[in-house]
Design a protein around this ligand. Structure first.
Ligand SMILES: [Zn+2]
Ligand SMILES: [Zn+2]
Length: 338
């Protein structure tokens, strides 16, 4: 295989630059994908800027890849050349630990993130293990599907994992890249859906995405009125919140589930957990089977993220747009290396 053209970051807060690398021989279980589109996720920014102290430079970000299979190793199963596929946060996992064999590959302790110590999808081509190469179902719009592979799975996975029922009332906190997809999934699931946002200007859009009700997350009296009404809250923001106030919106046995990487520790009053038998939890993206299930659900219910497109050659402009909080609601880059 020839060298791969990509966009890479060489240090925190530095602009991405054109970068070419030799991917070496294709592994027996590896798939090589020609990138059509790649979503831009907030975690790309965190990795570019080494906010999680795990970045390996030069870093080729991009972990919401959509493209076509152009090469396969000898041991690859169930895929074919030319097939449209997606790759998300993980590109590989060990395949022999309890989590991998149990189907929870996303919990594998040695899972290989697509953009840490591995080159991601802001490139003309990208590689992944065949298990983590997820076929895209017919009927899914490939130009907007990218963000489902990280942002989408992150808000979909808790609905499956915690057996959310159509009779449940779910709250989604934060109506951004993740939250707007959460509203669409929860509505299609059949639930009563409440959007919590600090930005009143997003209320009408939140209703269009599927919210039955919109509540200001900064309004203490509005939170108090919601007491004992929700079965589950999915928190997609990465800022400190009124955690005690949010916990009180849950019914007995309710769950506050965190998918936004809040850096500050969360003060959780034990008494609010004990009375009402409430839980606080978190989860990372999803397994390959959950990814495939989510894509089928999205295709069947015509769920697509609301995206803005940029050519990949304007990657730095797209990153600034995201960092400024201007993305409505998710950015997708179109590979344009030729
Ligand atoms: Zn992501
Ligand atoms: Zn494993």
């Amino acid at each position: 295989m020839t060298q791969i053209q990509a966009w890479a970051g060489h240090g925190p807060k530095q602009k991405l630059e054109r970068y070419t690398y030799d991917p070496g021989p294709l592994g027996a279980e590896e798939v090589e994908i020609a990138v059509d589109y790649c979503g831009l996720c907030h975690s790309d920014l965190s990795i570019i800027n080494d906010e999680w102290r795990m970045t390996k430079y030069p870093v080729v970000p991009g972990h919401e890849v959509v493209g076509s299979i152009i090469a396969m190793g000898k041991q690859v199963k169930g895929l074919k050349i030319g097939q449209k596929v997606g790759v998300g946060w993980n590109a590989d996992s060990c395949m022999h630990c309890h989590e991998c064999i149990g189907g929870n590959h996303n919990l594998c302790l040695t899972a290989q993130p697509t953009i840490v110590g591995h080159r991601g999808g802001f490139a003309e081509r990208v590689r992944a293990h065949w298990v983590w190469t997820i076929p895209l179902p017919d009927g899914l719009d490939i130009a907007s599907a990218g963000p489902l592979l990280c942002g989408g799975i992150t808000v979909f996975s808790p609905l499956l994992t915690f057996n959310l029922k159509p009779t449940h009332h779910i709250g989604i906190v934060g109506i951004g890249g993740l939250g707007h997809m959460g509203l669409k999934f929860a509505r299609a699931w059949g639930c009563e859906v409440t959007a919590f946002t600090s930005n009143a200007s997003k209320a009408d859009e939140a209703r269009n995405f599927g919210a039955h009700h919109v509540v200001s997350s900064r309004d203490q009296s509005a939170l108090r009125k919601m007491a004992n009404s929700l079965d589950m809250l999915i928190v997609t923001v990465n800022l400190p919140m009124d955690w005690a106030g949010l916990l009180r919106t849950l019914k007995p046995n309710g769950r506050l589930h965190v998918v936004g990487a809040v850096v500050e520790p969360m003060p959780i009053p034990a008494i609010d957990l004990i009375f009402g038998q409430k839980s606080v939890s978190g989860s990372p993206t999803g397994s390959p089977v959950t990814l495939a299930t989510m894509l089928e659900f999205a295709a069947r219910h015509h769920i697509a993220p609301q995206v803005e497109h940029f050519p990949m050659s304007r990657i730095n402009e797209a990153l600034e747009h995201l960092e400024a909080g201007k993305a409505r609601y998710r950015v997708v880059l179109e590979a344009d290396f030729n």
